[in-house]
Design a protein around this ligand. Structure first.
Ligand code: DGY
Length: 322
């Protein structure tokens, strides 16, 4: 009997590949940086029992209906907006993600981005490297304080909660808005539930942690930015599609808000000519939220274990509930 076929859509750890090879026939698109061409992905998916996918792979209805053997798509991310869940359900394909293992790493990055933006750290690095530092001066690269300010977290899932814990260490007032109130953890985390409007009006830092869905797509638009303080700093490490980037640009350029720290963009990767990069008050990162060696390895291992479970007839460890 031939062994089930697992196709991996990007170069991942050799150890994880070996772990899968003990049980399955494994093939991998061996590029580190380059997204697998659509035609090749379609061709491999047609033969595969399992796909280990990246958030850059579009796993849509067309692919799912043309992949007769496919039983599981293990996405190397906690987000799964690249996958058509309804089509997966219709085709009896289990979808898994990598929650929990990346929570603290992504929260660390989110908070680093917040501090880098507030204290203008990238500008300061350029300043010294460009030989502009001629003397000490009272307002040289003066940023905004973080401690004792108000942070508003939009989306209090696991990563949002981990961001709240970090904010506690900075003595911040912590507000949150979520689809459903999370009363049971409010006192433990020291967070206050407020309406979205209240959060926008009161926060010095508005931190977007909400997943991308039909409901959240483009939710940070001009009207929303207008409700923020003109000293507010907007942070997004969730998904770029939650933000209307043209509106964000206008809000920053016109001084409706002060600055933005962005790890994610509507269409990734962005080029160096992206309008938001022309603004000094924007700190931009190339979607590295969960990118530590330890965490990325754990994510790969979890994705592989999910595949092993499903192909061996068991239950996925971290299924996406459809
Ligand atoms: C995720 O897991 O969804 C992250 O965006 C990857 O860094």
């Amino acid at each position: 009997m031939t062994r089930p076929f697992v196709f991996i859509t990007r170069k991942i750890s050799d150890n994880v590949v070996s772990m899968l090879e003990q049980h399955f026939l494994v093939e991998m698109w061996c590029e580190e940086e380059e997204v697998i061409p659509r035609e090749l992905l379609m061709e491999k998916a047609k033969q595969a029992d399992a796909l280990l996918t990246m958030l850059t792979d579009k796993i849509d209805e067309e692919l799912l209906t043309q992949s007769p053997y496919l039983k599981v798509v293990a996405n190397l991310a906690v987000g799964y907006d690249n996958i058509d869940l309804e089509a997966a359900k219709k085709n009896n394909v289990t979808v898994t993600n990598t929650p929990d293992v990346l929570t603290d790493t992504t929260a660390d990055l989110t908070f680093s981005l917040l501090t880098a933006t507030a204290r203008r750290i990238p500008e300061a690095i350029d300043y010294i490297k460009d030989d502009q530092w001629k003397s000490w001066s009272p307002y040289m690269l003066a940023g905004s304080d973080i401690h004792h300010k108000t942070i508003g977290i939009v989306g209090l899932g696991n990563i949002g909660q981990a961001v709240a814990k970090r904010a506690t260490g900075f003595d911040m007032e912590i507000l949150y808005y979520n689809r459903s109130r999370k009363q049971d953890i409010e006192s433990e985390l020291g967070v206050k539930y407020v309406s979205f409007e209240d959060l926008l009006n009161r926060s010095d830092f508005v931190v977007c942690m909400t997943p991308l869905s039909k409901e959240t797509e483009g939710m940070f638009n001009r009207e929303v930015f207008k409700q923020m303080k003109d000293t507010a700093i907007f942070i997004n490490s969730s998904r770029g599609g939650v933000v209307n980037e043209e509106d964000l640009f206008k809000a920053l350029e016109s001084g409706e808000i002060k600055a933005a720290g962005l790890d994610v963009f509507q269409n990734e990767p962005i080029g160096a000519d992206h309008p938001l990069l022309t603004l000094d008050q924007v700190v931009a990162l190339p979607h590295i939220g969960s990118s530590s060696l330890e965490t990325r390895t754990e994510m790969m291992e979890l994705a592989a274990r999910n595949i092993k479970q499903v192909l061996n007839g068991g239950k996925a460890l971290t299924p996406v509930h459809i």
